[in-house]
Design a protein around this ligand. Sequence first.
Ligand SMILES: CC(C)(COP(=O)(O)OP(=O)(O)OC[C@H]1O[C@@H](n2cnc3c(N)ncnc32)[C@H](O)[C@@H]1OP(=O)(O)O)[C@@H](O)C(=O)NCCC(=O)NCCS
Length: 203
Amino acid sequence: MDDLKVDLNFKGFTSTRLKIRRFRPEDAPSLQAYREDPEVAMYQYWSTCTLSEAQEFVETQARQTADIQGEWLQIAVECLHSKEHLGDIAFRTCPSSLDTTFFGASFSRRAQGKGYASEALAHLFYYLFEQRNKRRLVGITDCRNEASVRLLERLGFRREAHFIENLEFKGELVSEYLYALLRKDWPSSPAFRIYLQSRRENS
Ligand SMILES: CC(C)(COP(=O)(O)OP(=O)(O)OC[C@H]1O[C@@H](n2cnc3c(N)ncnc32)[C@H](O)[C@@H]1OP(=O)(O)O)[C@@H](O)C(=O)NCCC(=O)NCCS
């Protein structure tokens, strides 16, 4: 780990509809509710989530330093208007390459299909490319996860790899796609357009 590279001041971002912020203890029940939903959990590493697991998770993530190489930071996404906790996005810089970062997203079922994941991730990409100097962002998805594939393609990511039966996951062999976006393609990407459209003044 390179201590000089971590972001000790990370607070999150605000877009026109969303507050993308550090987790807080009061997020545990809403986190548990969407992690317990079998449709949200289907392609994720967890299957169930107790309240005490959710409490431990939010406490750990509230303390986690941003952009420690090789460690995930999960961030809560809240509706700016209603203050409802909608889901989370996450990022992890590659252990072997400081300029490459992986990311993911999970939203409660009722927060899906509204463009919130795209909006939150577009603001994360702005932070990673323009403030953290990343060169390549990577999303990996189970090939069966159609919503995730649509999300990555909507944001302008390029499918670079198709790994066939590369992983044993929840008792079966599954295949994955790897999608990436390079910093040089960011200014012309749909993700950058989403970022510009959902940028708040003074955020
Ligand atoms: C993957 C996941 C985050 C995608 O979320 P999503 O809500 O489909 O993605 P977006 O926020 O970009 O929403 C886009 C959808 O909202 C619709 N939409 C409605 N209003 C919109 C608006 N104002 N702006 C943009 N899109 C809007 C779009 O038409 C699109 O619908 P479509 O996918 O049917 O074409 C979500 O399915 C999820 O949480 N899944 C469970 C966890 C998971 O598997 N995560 C991926 C592995 S890390």
